[in-house]
Design a protein around this ligand. Structure first.
Ligand code: AMP
Length: 435
């Protein structure tokens, strides 16, 4: 026997018993996006590598360590998308969407790829839903974006979740602060983890994300960006908070919140759930006023977020997930029955919106009836007889009623069965139909 193959490390299969919950979550999310005026956008699963190198930033962990990058046959460098925002900002510029009435609100869902060390809740292919709004720097757009994710998490039944929020100010403040932080880190470099020490020059802010005890202690007394932002940036942040207060959305201000991507300016936020383990992030985002321009488009402010489907499902409890595969009709065959006619009947029923299957595993009639019950069929059609002298029985499992058709000719065979099935369906309660 040849060696059995498995899904690649860090990926997983969505099996039928899990797919109903996922579909329901996407339905709920799509409904909330549309209610808030967001329209769906789909971009390719791979992009020119520079979309992420320029957009997300060379110094970030995502770009420097985690991307699936490959050369195609034309020797172009392509990358499987590790996140959505940069790709959507690329599409926004490419399609001249700045000419549309602002704000332009877009949502997406699909697979993303990062070569991270797999662990519970962290995959190499994972799925996100996300929202991006371009063309306005109004703090109301930030608050609306946060509230949209809050609503989706609530509807998905995500338990024990918290919102942390901060502001990264604008580029000049951040640069000045970054220099201040670098000197602070250099002063304390003996206590820092090796990884943080190596990245002092490249990405000092990430020291706040370290789980290393010595680094955590140092960072407790580090200068905080939120303390130095001022003027319009401070007013912007206060306005976002006031809108969240007015809407009754709870949050914690967390000056150590830095997100792993370079494009953020001003508002940053993250939702975490205590129901999850070490990987407690459910979704997060922020404002990215320079991103579209960085990717060659016109200067356009924007704000958005992404949330992980796996984490929402794990921390959530979606009410009323459908039971898989309710079947209207199971078509069973007696020995010698007209199989092509049964096949045609199934196709005709399916075309008219009736869920129907025929026996395909060579079971005895008794085995077929057992299978019909296992498949949650509402009724079974038993086809029998022989050429020119067909018969059929239609049994409704709910009502226990049985309709018999005998002496059917080849000409009206299927019509008569369909007629009789239709009568049975019409006499059933509306709940008896699958939609
Ligand atoms: P990020 O794009 O890093 O801000 O991530 C946004 C959300 O996507 C996180 O809060 C997670 O829910 C989810 N996420 C990010 N990376 C992964 C991963 N490797 N596996 C599973 N979910 C992820």
């Amino acid at each position: 026997m040849s060696q059995s193959l498995q899904a690649p490390r860090g990926t997983y299969d969505v099996l039928p018993e899990q797919s109903a919950q996922r579909a329901l979550l996407l339905e709920v999310a799509a409904e909330e996006f549309e209610l808030a005026g967001y329209a769906r956008i789909e971009t390719p699963v791979f992009e020119d590598t520079s979309v992420f190198a320029r957009g997300v930033g060379e110094s970030t962990e995502i770009v420097s360590k985690e991307m699936y990058t490959f050369a195609d046959q034309g020797d172009r460098s392509l990358t499987l998308r590790p996140e959505g925002t940069a790709a959507i900002a690329r599409a926004f510029g490419e399609h001249g969407m700045h000419k549309l009435p602002a704000p332009v609100k877009l949502w997406y869902s699909g697979p993303f790829f990062r070569q991270e060390a797999p662990q519970a809740g962290r995959y190499r292919q994972f799925f996100q839903i996300g929202a991006e709004a371009f063309g306005s720097d109004d703090p109301a757009l930030d608050a609306e974006s946060v509230m949209l994710l809050d609503r989706i998490l609530r509807r998905a039944g995500v338990g024990q979740y918290r919102l942390r929020i901060s502001s990264l100010g604008s580029a000049p403040e951040r640069r000045a602060y970054s220099d201040q932080l670098k000197s602070f880190l250099r002063e304390h470099d003996a206590q820092l983890s090796e990884e943080v020490r190596e990245r002092i020059e490249l990405n000092p802010l990430r020291a706040f994300d370290s789980k290393h005890p010595g680094t955590i202690e140092v960072m407790n007394s580090a200068p905080k960006l939120l303390d130095v932002i001022s003027g319009e940036d401070r007013d912007h942040f206060d306005a976002v908070l006031a809108l969240l207060d007015a809407a009754g959305v709870g949050y914690e201000i967390d000056p150590t919140l830095v997100r792993g991507l370079d494009y953020y300016t001003r508002t940053v936020f993250e939702f975490t759930s205590d129901k999850l383990g070490a990987q407690s992030g459910v979704g997060g985002g922020g404002r990215y006023d320079g991103l579209v321009e960085m990717l060659g488009g016109p200067a356009t402010p924007g704000v958005g977020w992404a949330a992980g489907i796996e984490r929402i499902l794990q921390a959530g409890e979606l009410p009323g997930a459908r039971t898989p595969g309710e079947l209207d009709v199971f078509i069973a065959l007696e020995p010698g029955a007209d199989r092509p006619a049964a096949f045609a009947l199934a196709a005709q029923l399916q075309e008219s919106g009736v869920a129907a299957v025929i026996e395909l595993a060579g079971r005895s009639l008794k085995g077929q009836l057992k299978q019909a019950a296992r498949a949650n069929a509402l009724r079974v059609v038993i086809m029998g007889g022989e050429r020119g002298q067909y018969d059929a029985a239609i049994k409704n499992f709910d009502s226990g009623e049985q309709r018999e058709l005998a002496g059917l000719s080849s000409d009206d065979y299927l019509e008569r069965i369909i007629e009789s099935l239709t009568e049975d369906m019409q006499s059933a309660t509306p709940e008896g139909f699958s939609e």
